[in-house]
Write a protein that binds this ligand. Structure first.
Ligand code: UDP
Length: 368
């Protein structure tokens, strides 16, 4: 049994959707590790709520101003921390309490926790949630990798390949509570798209496909960039897009399952793509660009189709072709590759590999 302190994202409170896929990842990771008999404490922004599956975990919260998201800054931007920032408050608490834990597990894609790694008395691990978006973070990840790469894990190989690492990466994928996603055998003539409504998600390409095919596109997700959402709406005929808002998982999966296909159009090196697997768990095939995590999750012809990045014509053709995919194989793929139990096992194996290794770093509590 390990006592693990999980430190959440410094963007938004858990349950708000502002943390993107990290929120669901945290739920899966905590619930999965609890099931394996570990003791979990979650440290997150004020107002955070833990999912019922994490009820046995302790929740500590801190007030503070959100970090600006790295996705929306220049690659060479300086490291900034706002006055009254949440990030340093989370880490002040984590450092003050570290002796009560066997390890700390950071889910924030940010400089401060990476930089703190060799300074911590208790082993500090990082599940890196994005590919390369900023030079300052790249350098911090490389420094940790050179010091002890055992402290780093990634969601996909293509994400990890963005960074200069010292050794082959530890790739843990992701995991989902598949019992929460209902298989839907009979879809409606509806296209689906799920994600934060922000330019790096490429919603405009899915909208163009819907307009070209004359089919309705249902859209779920938090509007992060209202001007961008308005521009996408204006780019297609009225009534083509059906904006459904940001829904909790139970409702999202019930609606998403009715789609014939999910269109996934990342414009960046998406680390994993939670929504890709969530769709598959409902039996919905996924048509995506061959880019980032989705390129690794989709087995063309089995659970979806891949097309060259940014090729809207090929995307439309693949959406038409996707009717031939067996919805049951999509669900099967999720069960085989992305269960919560499997994810928790992989996370545990990663932590244990470093915590039990020989040398000055070995055994619980070792620093370096
Ligand atoms: N999501 C949700 N409700 C919605 C739309 C999205 O809960 O209506 C969640 C979805 O379950 C997923 C996350 O938002 O976990 C998006 O994560 P993803 O990895 O696809 O992208 P990110 O936002 O992290 O870049």
């Amino acid at each position: 049994m390990m006592r693990i302190l999980v430190v959440s994202t410094p963007i938004g409170r858990l349950g708000s959707g502002r943390g993107g896929g990290v929120e669901l990842t945290l739920t899966s990771l905590v619930a999965g590790l609890l099931e394996r008999g570990h003791q979990l404490t979650v440290l997150a922004g004020e107002g955070s709520l833990l999912a019922p599956a994490c009820a046995a975990a302790q929740l500590w919260t801190c007030p503070g101003v959100d970090q600006p998201s790295w996705q929306h800054q220049n690659r060479d931007a300086a490291i900034t921390i706002p006055a009254d920032g949440l990030l340093p408050r989370l880490w002040r608490r984590a450092l003050a309490e570290q002796q009560h834990f066997d390890c700390l597990l950071n889910l924030a894609y940010d400089w401060l926790p990476l930089w703190l790694t060799p300074q911590c008395q208790v082993p500090l691990f990082h599940l890196v949630s994005m590919g390369s978006v900023a030079a300052g973070i790249d350098a911090a990840i490389t420094e940790v990798a050179q010091w002890n790469q055992g402290r780093l894990a990634f969601h996909s190989h293509v994400q990890a390949a963005d960074f200069a690492l010292a050794a082959p990466p530890r790739v843990v994928g992701n995991g989902f509570d598949l019992a929460a996603y209902q298989f839907c055998a009979e879809p409606e003539p509806l296209l689906g798209w799920v994600g934060r409504i922000a330019p790096e998600k490429g919603l405009e390409d899915a909208a163009a496909v819907a307009a070209q095919l004359g089919q309705r596109l249902a859209i779920w997700g938090l509007v992060e960039d209202p001007a961008y959402a308005a521009a996408v709406e204006a780019s297609v005929p009225a009534g083509c897009l059906d904006w459904r808002g940001f829904l909790p998982t139970a409702q999202l999966q019930a609606e998403l399952g009715r789609c014939r296909v999910l269109i996934n159009t990342p414009k960046w090196n998406e680390a994993y793509g939670n929504v890709v697997v969530e769709a598959m768990a409902c039996g919905v095939p996924v048509v995506a660009y061959r880019r980032g995590g989705p390129g690794e999750l989709i087995e063309p012809g089995f659970n979806g189709l891949l097309v060259p990045a940014d090729d809207v014509g090929a995307l439309a053709a693949a959406v038409v072709e996707s009717t031939s995919i067996d919805r049951r194989s999509c669900r099967r793929w999720a069960e085989t590759h992305a269960s919560r139990a499997g994810f928790a096992e992989r996370i545990e194996a990663w932590l244990m590999a470093d915590l039990t290794k020989d040398g000055p770093d070995g055994e619980f509590g070792g620093g370096r």
